[in-house]
Design a protein around this ligand. Structure first.
Ligand SMILES: Nc1nc2c(ncn2[C@@H]2O[C@H](COP(=O)(O)OP(=O)(O)O)[C@@H](O)[C@H]2O)c(=O)[nH]1
Ligand SMILES: [Mg+2]
Ligand SMILES: [Zn+2]
Length: 330
């Protein structure tokens, strides 16, 4: 039987020491017990199977932010150790689930991926947005989009014009301005009580948005990247920030996801990661249709009819080329 009072949530970790939030919201530093690292039975003490076993010493890096763990306290020394990693309900990995060796789990137990771009300054790159969305889709995670700094382009309605393809694809888009305090309430409500991975290029206003929505968070503004501490410690996997407010929730800041070139997905799975293509995929003449030059391709016909955005389709083709090795995927 597990004692819920000993449960914790991993907020961050450098090397062997992990910061873990307890149920009462206090934060303790804990080491990972050797026993956990080496256990490969896949079974809990009561004999039930664990879904996600930490199976070998080399796998210890797989403990990640967002993991729920059981804590054990040494009575003599008071030192706290992580005795067990509880099953994950979801995860965000740089490789698609099932991608095998080299998979890098960025965060566990994630509810959604929130991709932030600026309407201007820095100029947004839709193809980069497509990559982030593909990563979310490949991990079967819900994704929403934030277009910040809309006051620079004449407000939300003017900004909206440029992102219609994504609304049509089914994504929820928040048009926000920290400066003009626009759209913050709706975005706040979609983050509160959830575990979100907030990602996007640097300088788009991610930290500013979080500070404006969650009082007391006090993230630093204008930091080039939170992952610059590579030389000092090995920052294993970003930070999970507890959100202030009665609903709780967490936002993960994950350096790993910024290296958007560093992911790999089977090329033939890419079409599934574009939600607006899915209704057409079973209609192509060839089951392994690449949707480029093949006859009777339903995807291409949908593009010709205007039912699927040409820009998104072209993005799909470019990413597919890349995954097929015309450019190294990582
Ligand atoms: N004009 C404008 N500037 C913003 C807005 N939100 C943030 N900024 C500025 O954009 C810069 C980068 O913000 P920051 O939050 O550090 O971006 P991050 O790198 O994505 O975390 C800072 O100078 C902010 O003041 C906004 O809505 N409008
Ligand atoms: Mg920031
Ligand atoms: Zn096709």
């Amino acid at each position: 039987m597990t004692d819920p009072r000993n449960e914790g949530l991993v907020l961050s970790g450098t090397g062997g020491i992990w910061r873990v939030e307890r149920e009462d919201r206090s934060v303790v530093e804990a080491s990972l017990r050797g026993r956990v690292k080496k256990s490969n039975s896949g079974k809990r003490a009561d004999g039930s199977l664990r879904r996600d076993t930490i199976s070998a010493a080399s796998d210890t890096l797989k403990l990640t932010i967002g993991d729920r763990v059981l804590l054990e306290q040494d009575e003599a020394t008071g030192a706290v150790a992580i005795g067990e990693i509880l099953p994950r309900r979801s995860r965000l990995a740089r490789r698609a689930p099932g991608g095998g060796q080299g998979e890098r789990i960025v965060a566990a137990n994630v509810d959604q991926v929130v991709v932030v771009f600026a309407a201007a300054n820095p100029e947004p790159h839709p193809r980069m947005l497509d990559r982030f969305l593909v990563i979310a889709e490949a991990n079967e995670l819900a994704a929403r989009i934030v277009i910040n700094k809309v006051e620079l382009v004449g407000g939300a309605d003017a900004a909206r014009e440029r992102w219609r393809d994504y609304e049509r694809a089914g994504y929820t888009i928040h048009y926000t301005s920290v400066k003009a305090r626009e759209g913050l309430e709706a975005l706040h409500d979609s983050l509160a009580g959830q575990v979100s991975v907030l990602t996007g290029p640097s300088g788009v206003g991610k930290s500013s948005l979080l500070n404006a929505m969650f009082e007391g968070l006090n993230l630093r503004i204008g930091e080039i990247s939170e992952s610059v501490n590579k030389g000092r410690h090995t920052t294993v996997g970003g930070f999970l920030h507890p959100l202030t407010g009665p609903e709780g929730g967490y936002v993960a800041d994950t350096p790993g996801l910024r290296e958007v070139g560093m992911w790999a997905l089977a090329p033939e799975e890419l079409d599934q990661c574009f939600p607006e293509l899915r209704p057409f995929l079973t209609g192509c003449r060839f089951a392994d249709c690449r949707h480029s030059v093949e006859p009777d391709c339903q995807v291409r016909m949908a593009v010709e009819r205007g039912d699927v955005s040409r820009a998104r389709y072209e993005s799909f083709i470019k990413l597919r080329d890349e995954l097929e090795g015309n450019k190294p995927a990582y």
